[in-house]
Design a protein around this ligand. Sequence first.
Ligand code: GRF
Length: 212
Amino acid sequence: MKRRVGVLISGRGSNLGALIRAAAAPDFPASVALVVSNEPAAAGLALAAAAGIPTRTLPHRPHGRDRAAHEQAIQDTLEAHAIELVCLAGYMRRLTPFLVERWAGRMLNIHPSLLPAFPGLDTHARALAAGVALHGCTVHLVTAELDSGPILAQAAVPVLPGDSESELAARVLAQEHLLYPAALRAHIEDRAMRPAPGASLANPLPQLRSEP
Ligand code: GRF
């Protein structure tokens, strides 16, 4: 039986799209059973609807500062759809322990940096400003502290001379789309991610490649 995954988004939804495509494979151990957005205009909602996935918009603004009330609405929706695992995919609200603790070990996030470097926003600009040679993305379990939960998987990309922020972001995003489904599968199947084929000391970048 596929595990029922709920995906929380706020915007574009390209990682959601990667999860939907991966989950369509019969041997993938999860199905995307629900997509929740706090932003009514999130493009990812249309993506999910086109794939026949139930969507819910749960705006945070009507709840004002009452984060628990908003998170209770999310919790109720997840329960109503019998969700077993949650994937944050560009969900731009900080979650409080109210929701995070209910999903301990069952809520994943993808972050566009090699954590613990560059938690928070504007990771690509900060990586360029810092002059790092390697950048990338991380899938981690969500804990109450932002971008700090146990790391499940990472993929690295080189920072190339003259890179613009958007060029670097695109290189990282291509890896995100491979990493998130792979990390979700590994988490469900309870195995650590092995280094990608080809990764070695001579070629230490564990870049993921699409299946041929
Ligand atoms: C991604 O870069 C993800 O790592 C970050 O937010 C962005 C969401 O992009 N958490 P998308 O909505 O999945 O296209």
